[in-house]
Design a protein around this ligand. Sequence first.
Ligand SMILES: Cc1ncc(COP(=O)(O)O)c(C=O)c1O
Length: 371
Amino acid sequence: MSKIQLFKSFLNKKDFNVMNQSLKSGWLTHGKNNLLFEKKFSKLIKTKYAVSMNSCTSALECALKVVKKKGEVIIPSWTWVSTANVVLNTGNTPVFADVDINSRNMTLEEIKKSFTKKTIAVIVVHYSGLPCDMSEIVKFCRKKRLKLIEDSAETLGAKYNNKYTGSFGTGCFSFFPTKNITTTEGGMLTTNKKKDYLEIKKIIAHGINKSKKPVFWHREADLPGHNFRLPNHLAALGISQLSKLQKFNRIRVRIAKKYDKLLNNYKDIFTVQKIKKNFTHSYQMYTCLIKPNLRSNFLHFMLKNGVEVSAHFVPALHKQSYLKKYNRRKLKNTEFLEKSIITLPIYPNLEKKHLYKIFKLIKLWAKNAKK
Ligand SMILES: Cc1ncc(COP(=O)(O)O)c(C=O)c1O
C-alpha cells in the first residue's frame, strides 16, 4: 500500500525543461535566471529589491547580518529551529514570545512583553501560510527603531490588508520542497532598503565588491561573506514555479475549505482555524487542533492506515535542549499548541481519491473516538 504523503512538490515537464535548458547553456552557477527570478519576485511582493539564495535560513542570517548592533532578537517559540539558529549564529540572543492560539502567530502584545533595552530586532513568523497581524507590529518596530524581519518561509502568496507578506519588513522566503513553490533547496530575501540590498548581494557571494575592479583579474572582498548562491538552473525552476503560484494556492485554499467543513462536524474533538477579515491564507500546511488526549491515537491511526500526518512543531523552541536556557517565561499558548496541533496533507497535486480516503478515515476514527 503506497502512503499518501504529507507534502509533495508539483513539478511538471515545463519545470524539467527549463532546468535542462539552463544546464545545457553551460552557465552552472548564479546567472541571468537569478536576476529574472528576483525581478519577477519583487514585482509580485511589491518590494524594490529581491535577492535569491540557497535557503530561507541564509536569507534570515543575511537580514540579521546587516544590523550593526548585537543584542536580543524577539522570536516566537512556535517555529522551525532556523529562526532561532540564525539569531545565535549571528552572535545575538533569542528571546521567546508566545503566540495566539488561533492564528499561531506572535502578536504585538506578546512582542511587548519580551521587549527590553537590549532588543535590536523582531523576527515575526507567518506560520503555515497565515500572515501575522502586521499594522501595529510595524508601528512598534518603527517607534523603537527595531529591525523588522519576516520569516515568511511558510507563507508565499498570502496577504494582510491586501499586502503580501515580505513587504512589511525584510522578507525571507523558502523554496524547500514542502513549501508553496520549490527550487529544491532555495530562498529569497525581499527589501525596500537599497543599502541592505547591496550589502546582502555581497554577503551571499564571498563578500566580493564587483564595482572595485580596476583590472579584469581583480577580485576584492569588503567583508567576510558566504557562498549562499542559488544556481542558475534552480532560479529557472523558480521562475517556472512562480508562474503557477496563484493556481497552486487556489487549490490549497479549496482543499483547506473541504477539511474545515468536515472537521467542523466534530467540534467536540477538532477546532479549525478561523481566518479574520483582511487576511488571506496560503495553506503551506493545513493545521487544526485536536483534543490533546486524543492526538497520539489519531496520528497513529492515520499513519497506520497509509496517511502521513504530523504535528508542527514539536518540541517548541523553548523546550529544545540547546535553547532552553534562553527562555524567560511561561509560554502558555505555545505549550497548548504543542499538545494539540495536527498537520494534515495539503498540496496542489493531492489526488481527489486520496483526499476522500483521508476524509473517510477521519470520519471512521471520529465515530469511534466519540464512543
Ligand atoms: C518558519 C520557517 N523558517 C525557516 C525555515 C527554513 O527554510 P530553509 O529550509 O529554506 O532554510 C523553515 C523551513 O522549514 C520554516 O518553516
